[in-house]
Design a protein around this ligand. Structure first.
Ligand code: NDP
Length: 286
């Protein structure tokens, strides 16, 4: 057999990207699978996004992740969008199929897989309260409703952002989605099986911050999930456990969004444990 030293290339376009840890996790997955693939972080300013997307063709790249500020802007450079990415209105993963660039969004799918695999919770029929109305909230909320959550209450500090997201989600999913303005300490009044923090409250370096929500208003057995992954153990999750509630950390979502991108790009199932431990190690030193 002749040697082949040519690696397949995927990566991420963003600005900034220097501290994006996804590559550490993907390369651990490639190594465990014996794949000669590389994941590179490319610093791409907004004015160069179109050129960067064209370079994917020229270089024969197998796919790309998009992060801030390209998740919406990339859409005009794609051939197709998956129905979920269309519903969310943002793309974090591009896969190549028959020479076409297909936009996908694995963030919400990653959350769902973590919910099922790490928390053993099936979203069907669940009543969800979600804090936040940014990009992560859109992805998580859309996928939860599409997966059969019966009720989604979006709670957000800014009214305009929250109401716009709720209107978009209702139109895209036809689901039962409502908005409540977040003023002072938020108390959960109706039935709630799952509380999701999809705000950036608690994110490094503001690790002592915690979303202003009354955990005492949650029933026993409620699952509290955090999208914040750095640190994985947020103050919210620590407080929820002290209150006797179940928890799911943001590392779970981060790992599974990467696992799903790996599957889309390579057509193989990765070693999830290898990817997770590489990510944990990277975040511990980062
Ligand atoms: P955005 O900037 O798009 O949205 C931020 C949200 O947080 C908004 O709803 C904003 O409310 C709210 N918010 C910010 N500060 C406060 C505050 N002090 N009090 C109340 N609400 C606040 O961010 P993203 O949606 O992209 O990211 C949100 C979090 O999710 C981040 O921590 C990010 O790291 C994490 N994330 C995790 C992923 C994973 O795989 N685990 C993937 C993607 C993101 P308002 O509209 O009022 O400003």
């Amino acid at each position: 057999m002749s040697a082949n030293y040519q690696a397949e290339v995927v990566g991420v376009f963003g600005q900034p990207v220097a501290e994006n840890p996804t590559g550490v996790m993907q390369e651990a997955g490639f190594e465990a699978a014996g794949l000669n693939w590389r994941y590179l972080n490319f610093e791409v300013p907004p004015s160069r996004l179109g050129a960067a997307m064209q370079a994917m063709d020229a270089l024969g790249m197998r796919g790309i992740n998009l992060t801030i500020p390209h998740k919406v802007a990339v859409i005009e450079h794609l051939d197709e969008l998956s129905p979920e990415a269309q519903a969310i209105g943002a793309v974090n993963t591009v896969r190549i199929d028959g020479g076409k660039k297909i936009g996908e969004n694995t963030d919400g799918k990653g959350f769902l897989r973590g919910l099922r695999n790490d928390a053993q919770v099936d979203p069907v029929g669940k009543r969800v309260v979600m804090l936040g109305a940014g990009g992560a909230a859109r992805a998580i909320g859309t996928e939860l409703v599409l997966a059969g959550a019966s009720d989604l209450l979006v709670v957000n500090r800014s009214r305009e952002r929250g109401e716009t997201m709720v209107a978009d989600l209702r139109e895209a999913t036809g689901g039962n989605v409502r908005f409540e303005r977040w003023l002072g300490t938020f108390k959960v009044r109706g039935a709630c099986d799952l509380l999701v923090n999809a705000t950036s409250v608690g994110l490094y370096p503001d690790v002592d911050a915690m979303p202003d929500v009354a955990l005492a208003s949650l029933a026993d057995g409620t699952l509290v999930a955090d999208a914040v992954f750095n640190p994985p153990e947020t103050r919210l999750l620590a407080a929820a456990r002290t209150r006797g509630l179940l928890t799911l950390d943001g590392l779970s979502m981060l790992v599974y969004q990467g696992v799903i991108a790996f599957e889309m790009w390579t057509g193989q199932s990765p070693d999830e444990a290898a990817m997770k431990s590489a990510l944990r190690a990277a975040l511990a030193v980062g």
